[in-house]
Design a protein around this ligand. Sequence first.
Ligand code: ITT
Length: 230
Amino acid sequence: MKCLLATSNPHKLQEIQAVITDPSLTIVTLKDIGLEIDEPVEDQPTFEGNAQLKAQYYADASGLPCFADDSGLEVDALNGAPGVFSARYSGMTGGRDVVDPANNQKLLDELGDRPVEQRTARFVCAMAMCNPETGTEKGGTEKGVRNLFDKPIIVRGTIEGRILGPGDAGYAVDNPKGIGENGFGYDPLFYVPELGKTTAQLSPEHKNQISHRGHASRLMWDQLKALINR
Ligand code: ITT
């Protein structure tokens, strides 16, 4: 089975491709198929809604079954913010090298000097897989693929942790770099107490074993495998 993995985030691409490696599924990327279209507007109130919106948009544009994730950070003391606005929390635009530190600084500003026990948070990843809409011109997928599933498949993975805070190594209220060099986004500020590390201090393999995206990718693959082997 061939399907499109739709993301413009190279870190996500690597993380998902490292988990879903079965030869019965050929994953192609937007770059592989030369699909250069505007990104959809992610205007849904839930991660699941945005994941489905993205997957359906690119499935329709490509004619391939497509999966996409919408993910982000929920901080309890901020009533779940930044949530679905995680990618654009600070309002800064540009490359990830400027947007990520700006988002991280905004998060530290919002949390202020709250003690670590009030900084609990989780990463959430909703992943959706959609077929091209039936009955449209674009719906011509490869033989045998279309009928594997009728409705979108939607799964969710999470990882619990907290945001670095007073007393933690690498923490200062004006230091958006946090601690650790791996990963992306909020990883340098996302501390997993059981490991005594941020997710930016984990190897890619270790992050995939425990992360929201790793969990969601495995759940998605379990469902697809069951359909392929039906
Ligand atoms: P696509 O929409 O093209 O897939 P994106 O980066 O814009 O890429 P989202 O809309 O799903 O993706 O936004 C996710 C944001 O949430 C991301 O930019 C980070 O700020 C944050 N995030 C999600 N997963 C993360 C992770 O594993 N580590 C750190 N931050 C993460």
